[in-house]
Design a protein around this ligand. Structure first.
Ligand SMILES: Nc1ncnc2c1ncn2[C@@H]1O[C@H](COP(=O)(O)OP(=O)(O)OP(=O)(O)O)[C@@H](O)[C@H]1O
Ligand SMILES: [Mg+2]
Length: 510
């Protein structure tokens, strides 16, 4: 009768046989005296347990008196989505990420099998419909769903312990992967968010392949290092400093990081934060699996007291020095509306090191700047900013990534010329990308590459002109200095002779 059935089903059949017998008992129960009845019930349960060596665990979708949605139920639902879509015949589909993807789960009264460390077990879905008088073809809100896990009692320790832990962890991870990610920005002391849908990935990011691989490996190692951080007693966070000229891909890299790790982004505008207390409050509100970004840290952190004065002086000197250089000073909010943030460097440092990071884990902190040398060394020391990544002008390897992405071209006769020109010129990936944008509706690669060559030649010419001008200015400066020195020497010599003459005159008179 039970040939070709899995052992659990065989026992289930046996179980229903025993159940049937018990049903008949129930009918006759009424006619038996009470004591005899309880005696029989006790032994019938023992008999069932003896014949049916499987354990069942039930996970309801709502738990507690106030009927809270069970976290375990939704984790199990996510965990079973892969098995369900392969094994179950009747499935339920749900849309996540605002219509971007479908998640399948098994329909009511379906069963799927799973294997853990060589042990087979079964998950069945079911629902309890409340006993009501009225008959309805539509689902009622009182329906309670559940998952029932069945396994052999000799695997009790393995399933109750490691297996269920594994199910919950995996289920939560799948949920995180399926969730709609968010980009948070602070409006004063409060975060507001929009859906984060930046298409940048590390594949589309133009930079040398080895450097890119190193960063990806570092990020993945971090995201999987929960146990390691717990073991060494450090908060699970990591700081990145991205520095380089404007248009070299700092912001693009942050988006690629978020897309790689499936993290949310908190874009913190420091100049809009009133003081350290507000800063702390904002940071405590950030969730785990997120990147906290402070862009242009050199511009946004206005320091109070002595440091502020020093910084202003420094800024002025730097501006004098850089002159017409492509200086991209952004006015701070203080400059814009006359009342500024009181956030101090020490407040910021406390936030990076501080206890706030103990609540929840998995956070990246990313600072970007165009001028790394302007930053206070305390801010960027190891342990605070663990990894310093320079994003620089476009080299040939980075160009090849852009050519492949923008033009779908991996080889071209113009490549050697472009390679030479890139070696001699400082051009940002943003400028290269602009040349590679399709110029016609057909997106002719030849036209784009020629435009780039022309752009590079112009840039080279300008750089040479600038260098020649600088050289001439330097020469002139040297000449002027020499002239001034000569004149100074002449002046002192004249004064000396005058003094001598005066002395001699005094002597002859005396
Ligand atoms: N390395 C790169 N790879 C791919 N695209 C890039 C890269 N760098 C720049 N771009 C392109 O140039 C544009 C500007 O880049 P991005 O905003 O990332 O620069 P940034 O370094 O953050 O500049 P800023 O210092 O002004 O904030 C992006 O939209 C992107 O398309
Ligand atoms: Mg940027």
């Amino acid at each position: 009768m039970f040939i070709n059935m899995n052992p659990k089903d065989t026992f289930a059949q046996l179980g229903s046989l025993v159940g049937g017998l018990m049903f008949f008992w129930a009918i006759f129960q009424q006619y038996f005296p009470y004591q005899l009845r309880t005696y029989l019930e006790k032994y019938s349960h023992r008999l069932v347990n003896y014949v049916y060596p499987y354990i069942q665990v039930r996970f309801n979708d709502f738990t507690g008196e106030r009927l809270m949605r069970s976290e375990a139920y939704s984790a199990i639902q996510n965990y079973l989505s892969v098995n369900s879509s392969m094994q179950a015949k009747r499935l339920k589909a749900d849309i996540v990420k605002k219509g971007q993807s479908l998640v399948l789960s098994m329909d009511d009264h379906e069963e799927v099998a799973d294997v853990f460390k060589g042990v087979k077990l079964w998950w069945a879905s079911g629902k309890n419909t409340p006993k009501t008088q009225s008959v309805s073809f539509f689902p009622t809100s009182d329906e309670r769903r559940y998952y029932r896990l069945t396994f052999h009692k000799r695997h009790r320790d393995l399933i109750i312990g490691p297996y269920l832990k594994h199910v919950l962890k995996e289920g939560k991870a799948i949920k995180v992967r399926n969730r709609q990610r968010k980009l948070y920005t602070n409006n004063g002391a409060y975060w507001s968010h929009v859906v984060f849908e930046h298409p940048a990935t590390f594949q589309t990011l133009a930079m040398e392949p080895e450097k890119k691989k190193e960063i990806i490996d570092d990020l993945i190692a971090f995201s999987q290092a929960e146990d390691f951080y717990a073991r060494i007693g450090r908060a699970w966070k990591r700081g990145y400093l991205l520095y380089g000229p404007p248009g070299t891909g700092k912001s693009t890299m942050i988006a690629a990081m978020a897309n790689l790790l499936n993290y949310d982004i908190y874009d913190l505008e420091l100049t809009a934060v009133k003081d350290n207390t507000e800063l702390r409050r904002l940071l405590i509100e950030t969730s785990s699996k997120s990147i906290i970004v402070i862009e242009d840290i050199d511009c946004s952190l206005e320091l109070t007291g002595q440091r502020k004065k020093e910084k202003k002086k420094e800024k002025k000197e730097d501006q004098d020095q850089e002159g017409k250089d492509q200086n991209k000073e952004k006015p701070s909010k203080e400059d814009r509306d006359g009342k500024g943030s009181q956030v101090t460097l020490s407040g910021l440092l406390n936030f990076i090191d501080g206890l706030w990071s103990a609540c929840g884990g998995e956070r990246l902190i990313v600072f970007t700047t165009n001028y790394k040398e302007k930053l206070d060394p305390a801010l960027i020391r190891k342990g605070r900013m663990d990894k310093h990544i320079e994003l620089s002008y476009c080299g040939f390897e980075a160009f090849k990534v852009l050519a492949k992405n923008y033009l779908q071209v991996e080889e071209h006769s113009l490549f050697p010329t472009i390679s030479n020109l890139l070696g001699d010129t400082k051009i940002t990936p943003a400028d290269v990308a602009e040349h590679l944008m399709p110029k016609t509706i057909f997106g002719d690669a030849e036209i784009s590459l020629n435009s780039l060559v022309k752009g590079l030649e112009n840039a080279k010419e300008e750089e040479e002109k600038k260098a020649a001008e600088e050289e001439a200015a330097k020469k002139k400066e040297l000449l002027d200095k020499k002239k001034a020195e000569e004149e100074e020497g002449k002046k002192t010599a004249e004064e000396e002779t005058k003094k001598k003459e005066l002395l001699e005159k005094e002597k002859s008179q005396g």
